[in-house]
Write a protein that binds this ligand. Structure first.
Ligand code: F0G
Length: 346
């Protein structure tokens, strides 16, 4: 029914807020017993790739765009590693607003670039990384009076809390551990705030430990050191200077959780495992969460039998190149039955 309809009573909307709706949210929470069995836990995956533009960004974008319309914004602007731009472009198209997106040139997965372009946004490839593109987008929004729809926009994070609310409603409680990839650090902050809301409202009693995972080449929070030249196969989280760093640090500290870093190899291995043992195809950044859980298990720091939810933030179809680089080729045959039977017997 869309996030604004399902949770409108708990979101800052009024009679003047337009009812934007692409039927985002209410995503599947899937129990992954084969992988959970390997890790000795009860594992659930929140399939945020099932949102209309294929990532969790839609949850927050719907409110950010509704508020921008309510405030009479002339246009939307964002910087993005890909998913925010796809989401902003989709909602802009849906409501008929101009949209400008700044992307780090050559570092955005093909599917996301195709989305921003086909939804009709003006796409600008910046010869710099995401962190620089974000500074430029912020300045442009100030100079030109455009609504900034990155997670610096408070409505984004408020509406992203709905992911935590859904999990609690479905499980009837909070998980013991909430695992999530961290880039600009907005989503981990939003989930933590969402869990705390539910406890404050008396709907749950316990809170999860928040564990956030970054890619080794872009891990300012896990290492505690700035990262001026981030690099990783998980381009969605190729971020060196997270805007919501302080909020995310509080989430980890207050919840007794931790940040961790995982290598590109570990991320890709987790992606393959999730697909082959879970039937879920998530993009590399999403799989940093599973890679992190595997690492915790290896270090004997994943309590046996824990109820764990990981947020699978984006759809694997957005970045088919990353998957194809690690899979084999199909078996090629002619069109005879003999060849087919031979191939099937291999
Ligand atoms: N997973 C995916 C698939 C993402 O696209 C992002 C962020 C994250 C995780 C990290 O979330 O930034 O809230 O910590 N993508 C942003 C973008 C930066 O521009 O699409 P975060």
């Amino acid at each position: 029914m869309g996030v604004l309809k399902r949770y409108g009573a708990n979101l800052p909307i009024s009679a003047r807020t337009p009812g934007v709706n692409l039927e985002e949210g209410s995503t599947p929470l899937v129990r992954l017993d084969r992988i959970g069995g390997d890790l000795g836990i009860e594992l659930w995956g929140k399939l945020e790739g099932c949102n209309p533009s294929g990532s969790f960004k839609d949850r927050g974008m719907v409110l950010a765009v509704a508020k921008a319309l309510e405030d009479g914004a002339r246009a939307l602007v964002c910087a993005s590693t890909g998913n925010t731009s796809a989401s902003a472009a989709a909602y802009a198209a849906h409501v008929g607003a101009p949209c400008y997106v700044l992307l780090p040139s050559g570092k955005v997965a093909m599917g996301k670039l195709a989305q921003a372009l086909i939804y009709g946004a003006k796409v600008i490839a910046v010869d710099g990384n995401f962190d620089r593109a974000l500074e430029m987008a912020r300045e442009a929004s100030r100079k030109l009076g455009f609504a900034m729809v990155n997670s610096v926009n408070p409505y984004r994070l408020i509406s992203q809390k709905t992911g935590a609310w859904e999990i609690c409603e479905e499980l009837g409680r909070a998980p013991d551990i909430h695992a999530i990839p961290v880039g600009n650090a907005g989503n981990i902050s939003a989930y933590w705030a969402g869990y705390k809301d539910f406890r404050e409202w008396g709907k749950i009693s316990g809170l999860p430990r928040m564990v956030g995972f970054q890619a080794e080449g872009a891990a300012p929070l896990a290492t505690g050191k700035p990262c001026p030249n981030p690099e990783t196969v998980a381009t969605a989280i190729r971020i060196g200077n997270p805007v919501s760093a302080e909020r995310a640090k509080s989430a980890v500290l207050e919840s007794g959780g931790e940040f961790g870093a995982v290598s590109d190899e570990e991320i890709l291995a987790a992606q393959a495992m999730l697909a082959a043992k879970g039937g879920v195809f998530a993009e590399p950044a999403s799989c940093a969460a599973l890679a992190g859980l595997i690492k915790l298990r290896g270090a004997k720091r994943l309590p046996e039998g824990s109820k764990v939810v990981m947020v699978l933030t984006g759809n694997g179809l957005k970045d088919p190149d990353a998957a194809l680089r690690q899979t084999g080729e199909p078996i090629r045959i002619g069109s005879s039955m003999e060849e087919l039977l031979e191939a099937l017997a291999q």
